[in-house]
Design a protein around this ligand. Structure first.
Ligand code: 5BU
Length: 276
């Protein structure tokens, strides 16, 4: 199936292209909730973390976390996160960006304070160590039905993950399709050998173009319609700086959810027309 052929399918239709349970569940959740929005909750206090997630929960398919940012982390927080995931029907993605040898990443994924594999349905890794990082993580995650995203590209100015590095990351994914469900990247790979991959894209904002620290923002329309990605990841664009404004946060989540979903509908419509 060509890259355009994949993009013409609905998210629900694409669930059949995967054997990995986390990929299937994400696609079906997107369809059920009519949302391709993931909110990235990058705050340091558990209270704010849970309040933001409860506010945006109705509008997201996926909550992205960096649990190592939380200064008052303890494992009961994970129970609260899982309760919110049930209440609002979203999946959980710890943006851990593993980057070490297979043995070390397997320990970091399964153990330590955070025990990420025990609760995070999706996680991600840099491809810089080579395929052994996938082997190490899949030894822990595959038996649990987890899915892995490889970092093919980054949203930051001057990123070194370009060209040959990105191409070889795509190949690494093709070689491990039971566990690698897709990429963090800025565009859908072309020249695929028929496989379907999820592309989740950070660096999304409707109001500003950057954050003064290298982050670069594109709109949901650019990401979903023009670049053929699947999920928009939005952090500060949704919750700003005052985390107590939960109504305003929910409104922003709704705005991004609507922008992402209408770009997806437009994409399906234009491609179905052009492929017929
Ligand atoms: P923001 O507040 O929307 O800028 O947050 C973006 C989030 O996505 C943040 O958690 C980053 O760690 C994450 N991110 C990113 O911004 N760009 C990348 O290329 C990757 C992750 Br990979």
């Amino acid at each position: 199936m060509s890259s355009k052929g994949v993009q013409a399918l609905s998210y629900a239709q694409r669930a059949d292209n995967y054997t990995n349970p986390a990929a299937k569940e994400l696609l079906l959740t997107m369809e059920r909730k009519k949302s391709n929005l993931s909110v990235s909750v990058d705050v340091t206090k558990s209270r704010d973390f849970l309040a933001i997630i409860d506010a945006v929960g109705p509008y997201v398919c996926l909550i992205k976390t960096h649990v190592d940012i939380l200064e008052d982390f303890d494992f009961t927080l994970i129970e609260s996160l899982q309760a919110l995931s049930k209440k609002h029907d979203f999946m959980i993605f710890e943006d851990r960006k593993f980057a070490d040898i297979g043995n070390t990443v397997a320990l970091q994924y399964s153990s330590g304070v955070h025990r990420i594999a025990s609760w995070s349905q999706i996680t991600n890794a840099h491809s810089v160590p080579g395929p052994s990082i996938v082997a190490g993580l899949s030894s822990v995650g595959l038996p649990l039905g987890r899915g892995l995203l490889l970092l093919a590209e980054m949203s930051t100015a001057g990123s070194l993950a370009v060209g040959q590095y990105t191409e070889e990351t795509y190949q690494m994914a093709r070689d491990h399709q039971d566990f690698v469900i897709g990429f963090i990247g800025q565009r859908r790979p072309t020249g695929e050998g028929g496989e379907d991959f999820l592309v989740l894209t950070p660096g999304v904002g409707l109001d500003v173009k950057g954050d003064g620290m290298g982050q670069q923002y594109r709109t949901p329309r650019e990401v979903i319609l023009e670049s053929g990605c699947d999920v928009i990841i939005v952090g500060r664009g949704v919750y700003g700086k005052d985390y107590s404004l939960t109504e305003a946060i929910a409104q922003q989540a709704e705005r991004y959810r609507d922008a992402g979903w209408s770009a997806y509908l437009e994409r399906c419509k234009s491609l179905i027309g052009s492929l017929n």
